[in-house]
Design a protein around this ligand. Structure first.
Ligand code: 0X9
Ligand code: ZN
Length: 302
């Protein structure tokens, strides 16, 4: 294992090597596990960061659901690095959380976006012209509704059924199988557009406790501003962006019963879009770190 820089985007094997390095270097704080395999057989890895306190709440965080959104894995690894290498300086809510973090949920797509097609979005199920399932249409809450396609040749193909893909079913199996964890918050990092989105995404409706989600969402956006970040728009996903069913956020809230569930669309606002220069990793990840600390605070109180 080895360290990473946050001055360049890294390949999947380097990110895996970094997780192994952390588990070796900080064995009292970090453990790595493989929760499944991608379509092409790559290991899907989760890093657990925990001080072992029995009263801890649990937070799930993922990146790289969409292959081309490279700022997402870079941000997630930056947050990991901050938590682990500066653990004692983190707020109590961060220290007293069991963190389960997968930086790249779609490793096949991520590698494909490095080697073949920079703007690839989906996983690599199948082949030819119509390869790939949109993993953020494949989660099993209101699967197959608005904003998801039945046509494999489209960018928003939801797959043959809910959780048809090994990448999404690995998340479901891990979370549902880990009932000892006191799950409170689920955060998915995507790009781009600078949004803090909460359920529902499947349609223009909101959950009964949407006021709690909105109020923590606003705290996230203001924490981002106070570390010098840009404006992030807060709101329910379908109303704020567009209706899209089968997202990880909706499943987390609707079926896995996480109180707080957010999709954070990182920078930028469209100037570079998915092809955000690496010089923006550090500022973007710094504001995302502020966001995650707010969620930890909310989870601690939930
Ligand atoms: O469309 C998506 O999956 C997300 N936007 S992206 O540009 N990163 O592809 C937004 C997902 C919001 N959540 C739901 N619709 N459930
Ligand atoms: Zn995305």
């Amino acid at each position: 294992g080895h360290r990473l820089t946050w001055q360049a985007y890294h390949r999947y094997s380097d990110i895996e090597g970094y997780l192994d390095y952390l588990a070796q270097t900080y064995p009292d704080l970090c453990t790595v596990q493989t929760i499944g395999s991608s379509v092409q057989g790559k290991a899907i890895r989760v890093l657990k960061i925990s001080n072992g306190n029995p009263g801890n709440k649990a937070i799930w965080m993922d990146g790289g659901i969409h292959a081309r959104e490279w700022i997402s894995p870079a941000t997630v690894t930056f947050i990991i690095n901050q938590f682990v290498s500066n653990f004692e300086s983190e707020p109590a809510a961060v220290q007293n959380t069991d963190w389960y973090i997968t930086p790249v949920l779609n490793p096949d797509g991520y590698e494909y976006s490095h080697t073949r097609d920079r703007l690839w979005r989906k996983n690599r199920k199948g082949g030819g012209q119509c390869a790939g399932v949109d993993l953020n249409r494949n989660f099993g809450y209101r699967w197959g509704g608005r904003g998801a396609s039945k046509n494999p040749c489209t960018e928003t193909y939801g797959g043959s059924g809910p959780f048809s893909e090994p990448e999404t079913s690995a998340v479901r199996n891990f979370i549902q199988g880990n009932s000892a964890a006191n799950w409170k918050a689920y955060i998915s990092f995507h790009s781009y557009g600078q949004y803090v989105l909460y359920p529902w995404g499947y349609d223009r409706v909101v959950p009964p406790d949407y006021k709690d989600l909105e109020s923590v969402g606003r705290k996230i956006a203001s924490a981002i501003r106070s570390v010098g970040g840009p404006h992030y728009t807060v709101g329910p996903a379908a109303n704020t962006l567009y209706p899209a069913s089968g997202g990880s956020d909706d499943w987390a809230k609707g079926m896995a019963k996480f109180k707080y569930s957010y999709t954070i669309e990182l920078r930028d606002n469209g100037r570079y879009g998915f092809v955000l220069p690496a010089a923006y990793i550090q500022p973007t990840a710094t504001e995302a770190l502020a966001a995650v600390r707010v969620v930890a605070e909310a989870a601690a109180a939930a």
